[in-house]
Ligand binder design. Structure first.
Ligand code: 23J
Ligand code: MN
Length: 258
């Protein structure tokens, strides 16, 4: 067990740090907009149950209501029709070992600055692997786009007359990562794990379709990815144990070299 004692000692000495990859969750949290023919997901609302008052003189607590896919959140395979029949495909049944894995951070900030509809291609991944080594099995692949710096919700969602515009994965890259590299899943800084225009792609939302169709996960609305090395960090992303849950807001933590 010396590895765990060493972990605590390294955190205490500052050799390792905990990086919070989570956005604040509250009524101002932006929510994905789908075409109006589809049902939409409610944002966060909160109501005070009591706050040291006649409803509860010694205690403060709130009621919260939101869609499962709100803010920094986890996508389980059952979220998508392609993943609906996998065993252990929902928030309460996924084996907890699968919430922890090494992080591979793909920095495409410069590409996204030039093209907000940038799609990560397989040749970009293989170039990354030439520099940093192969993506190990069971990794979290995190797409660093700089998108979390868009603190204005309108710029974060970036909806134009033809729909939202934001970066993501090309279908062939999702297939490479899910089938060949056998990742845990992918994480992004944008509101969803598909590109903004992915509703118009064939098939629609190819990253959701491919990841969940291979039993893999998604993490959306991450931040602070620039605080992580390309390799060498460990990510812990454990959703709430919602019975039959398709996803959940969560606190995503990375253990990283300082
Ligand atoms: C439902 C339909 C399309 C999308 C999404 C949900 C998400 O991004 C999500 O949060 O899973 S693109
Ligand atoms: Mn989601």
């Amino acid at each position: 067990m010396s590895v765990l004692a060493d972990l605590i000692a390294s955190l205490d000495s500052g050799e390792l740090k905990i990086v919070d990859l989570t956005q604040p969750l509250g009524p101002d949290t932006p929510v994905i907009g789908l075409p109006p023919i589809f049902a939409s997901s409610p944002g966060v609302s909160m109501d005070v149950i009591s706050r040291y008052d006649d409803k509860g003189p010694g205690w403060y607590w709130n009621t919260i209501r939101m869609g499962e896919h709100t803010g920094t959140h986890f996508d389980a395979p059952v979220h998508w029709i392609t993943g609906k029949d996998f065993p252990d495909n929902r928030c309460d049944t996924i084996p907890v070992r699968r919430f922890v894995g090494p992080a591979c951070v793909i920095d495409v900030t410069a590409d996204v600055a030039k093209n907000e509809d940038f799609l990560l291609m397989p040749d970009h991944m293989t170039a990354w692997e030439k520099q940093h080594g192969p993506i190990p099995r069971g990794a979290w692949v995190l797409l660093r786009t700089g998108w979390s710096k868009r603190t204005d919700p309108a710029k974060f969602l970036n909806v134009k007359t033809d729909g939202p515009h934001s970066p993501g994965f090309h279908r062939s890259t999702s297939e490479l990562l899910a089938k060949d590299r056998d990742v845990l899943g992918v994480g992004v800084e944008t509101v969803g794990t598909d590109a903004g225009q992915a509703g118009t792609f064939d098939p629609p939302f190819p990253n959701h379709s491919t990841m969940h169709g291979n039993g893999k996960f998604g993490l959306a609305s991450l931040c602070n990815l620039e605080q992580l090395p390309a390799t060498g960090a460990v990510v812990i992303a454990a959703p709430l144990k919602i019975v039959d849950g398709s996803g959940s807001p969560l606190r995503v933590l990375a253990i990283s070299p300082a």
